[in-house]
Design a protein. Structure first.
Length: 85
């Protein structure tokens, strides 16, 4: 991806020196927070699932756990895209 962006900048006539100072660095904190929450959730679900074989107890609870899992993965994914853009 970076090769494509560098080629596009070169084709536009811009040099790397022109963009070196203008490039803003975004904080990686949102990714680390979202990633840490996702890891903690995964460990918690693993421990609870190991101790309670019937976890989650109902179909609604299973859907809720799956929805929360998906939301946490999406949050971590979007946070890394935000940081890298």
């Amino acid at each position: 991806m970076s090769t494509i962006l560098a080629a596009a900048e070169h084709a536009a006539g811009a040099t790397s020196e022109e963009h070196a100072g203008a490039e803003a660095h975004r904080s990686e904190t949102p990714f680390f927070i979202a990633g840490a929450i996702l890891v903690a959730f995964a460990v918690l679900i693993s421990v609870v699932g190991y101790k309670k074989p019937d976890f989650p107890g109902s179909a609604g609870a299973a859907r809720g756990v799956m929805a929360l899992s998906i939301a946490l993965v999406v949050a971590a994914t979007f946070s890394i895209v935000y940081v890298s853009a």
